[in-house]
Write a new protein. Structure first.
Length: 536
């Protein structure tokens, strides 16, 4: 057997490999602990130690050491596999799914779909990550609504204006009841250099003095040459947050309706109004909403009619209030208001209405039982397409049905919504439904919904032949079975009739009580889109 001569000047190969393995284990232990590997290694063996180790080597010991080395290499391979898997998990966690899967345009759209009432969202989302911050800064519309309070600084306003780019701006001024009512002057002066970009102005005020400041500001800018800067303003919303406005003098709308403003949409809430018409016609207004339902304030019909006549392009009108009053008899002419001539057999002799040809959408809600009928009896709507009437739940609806049915152009309606009101005598309701020859969708709540179930299958003159979409909310307790059976029979009668009637495509029904499963199954089989809300 040959012997291995010792070379004291060089360490053994096996010893060097073992040192390398030990060095690898030290490094991998640091990676497992989440630490960076150290650059230190075991001390290099001395020549004397290496010579002694070589004299002690035998073939059997070599085999044992090779086996141990293979186990060490196998363990090192496992450590390397673990390291690579751990590194892959770290890399995947470092990459946001928004960055890898969603394009910036889609992420920007998600930002814009956030809750608009959360005014801190733009700054909050900008702090999530650098990528979110870049997308938020590139989305100009995200910074287009600037809320102004007494504590708002000029620096914040300028920052948001810069981030909004060239996007139209919405200025929202909010003042609480404990704020200085005249602090709104400072805010308006702060916005003055940027009014050329203002497309929407929202004033939420708690004190009448603040509303008066806004009125005077609009009036002053209309008189000054610099009022031309407001030509971009399209939407104005002015609302009160407290009830002390009841006893205050009325807000003068002519301040906003005057030139050089070209306001298209005007919303007024919880604010007593003077309803003074501007001297010249305001051709820009297309939408007017007066919502004073929570105030003990009656709408003076003659003044309202004069104001509406000054808005020749008004297409949408919404009025919500407690009551209507007439300062003079409706048969007497109102100064400045042309009256429509009586038309058709439904007009009583001597009855004349104010013609409002531009209005296509009308929404009325009054707490008084007769207020809606009074206003409907005073106007003529030749181009009306959609009408929504909210009546008191327990109040009789006959007078409203009569007023609406007497409209000469009721057959042009395509959408009707009636909420509340007790039908009482069915003749007036049936007479109204028989005139809705062009209506395509109805939304009925309360007694009118039950009345429609009966009228749909009327013969030989088919009612509402163009009707395609029905939404009904029956409030009578336990009426589910009767309503469903009547509705099923009426629709079945329409389908069997030779009259040219459109097939009902969608049905939304909310009733209470136990219903017949066969009637329900028939409706589901014969109506394309059916949704039921059954309160058993």
């Amino acid at each position: 057997m040959s012997t291995i001569s010792a070379n004291p000047s060089s360490p053994s190969l096996l010893s060097l490999l073992q040192n390398r393995v030990r060095l690898g284990e030290v490094r991998m232990s640091h990676w497992r602990d989440g630490q960076s590997p150290t650059l230190t290694c075991p001390a290099t063996p001395s020549p004397c130690d290496s010579a002694a180790e070589l004299h002690a080597i035998t073939p059997s010991s070599i085999e044992e050491e090779v086996s141990a080395l293979q186990k060490a290499l196998s363990a090192l391979s496992d450590e390397l596999a673990y390291f690579r898997a751990h590194q892959a998990r770290i890399d995947n966690a470092a990459r946001s799914p928004f960055q890898t899967r969603l394009p910036p345009e889609l992420l920007s759209a998600i930002f814009l779909a956030s809750d608009p009432s959360d005014q801190t969202f733009p700054t909050t989302v900008s702090q999530v990550s650098q990528f979110f911050r870049e997308i938020a800064f590139q989305t100009s519309a995200l910074w287009s609504t600037i809320v102004i309070r007494p504590s708002t600084t000029a620096r914040r306003v300028i920052t948001w204006l810069e981030r909004s780019g060239t996007y139209p701006i919405t200025f929202e001024l909010r003042y609480a009841h404990h704020d200085d009512p005249y602090a709104v002057v400072t805010s308006l002066e702060l916005l003055k250099p940027h009014l050329h970009r203002c497309a929407r102005a929202i004033f939420s005020l708690a004190q009448w003095e603040s509303a008066r400041v806004v009125e005077e500001w609009f009036t002053q800018r209309a008189e000054d040459a610099e009022g031309k800067d407001c030509g971009y303003l399209r939407h104005v919303q002015l609302s009160a947050t407290h009830g002390q406005f009841d006893s205050a003098p009325g807000f003068n709308l002519s301040a906003i309706l005057s030139a050089p403003y070209k306001v298209k949409s005007l919303h007024l809430g919880r604010l007593q109004l003077a309803l003074d018409a501007p001297l010249a016609a305001c051709t820009s207004i297309e939408e007017l909403c007066i919502s004073n339902y929570s105030l003990d304030f009656a709408i003076p019909v003659p003044r309202l009619l004069v104001l509406l006549q000054k808005l020749p392009n008004l297409a949408s009108l919404t009025i919500k209030g407690r009551e209507t009053i007439t300062d003079m008899g409706m048969d007497a002419p109102v100064e400045g208001v042309p009256l429509a001539e009586p038309e058709g057999e439904d007009e009583e002799e001597g009855e004349r209405r104010v013609c409002l040809p531009s209005i296509a959408r009308l929404h009325l809600r009054f707490a008084s039982r007769e207020a809606t009928a009074v206003l409907l009896s005073s106007i003529d709507l030749p181009n009306i397409q959609s009408i929504s009437l909210e009546l008191p739940l327990q109040g009789p609806a006959e007078s409203t049905f009569v007023a609406l049915a007497s409209q000469p152009y009721t057959p042009t309606l395509t959408h009707v919504r009636l909420s509340g009101g007790s039908c009482g005598h069915l003749f007036n309701g049936t007479r109204l439904f028989s005139k809705l020859r062009a209506v395509q969708s109805v939304d009925l709540v309360g007694d009118p919904a039950e009345l429609l179930c009966v009228c749909l299958g009327n013969r030989p003159a088919m009612m509402m032949p163009q009707l395609r979409h029905i939404s009904m909310d029956v409030r009578r307790e336990g009426a589910g079975a009767d309503v469903l059976a009547t509705l099923k029979n009426s629709l079945e009668s329409r389908m069997e009739s030779k009259a040219a009637a459109k097939r009902v495509d969608s049905l939304r029904l909310s009733v209470s009580g136990v219903v017949d499963g066969k009637d329900l199954e028939w409706l589901q089989d014969n109506v394309k889109d059916v949704k039921f809300s059954l309160d058993v």
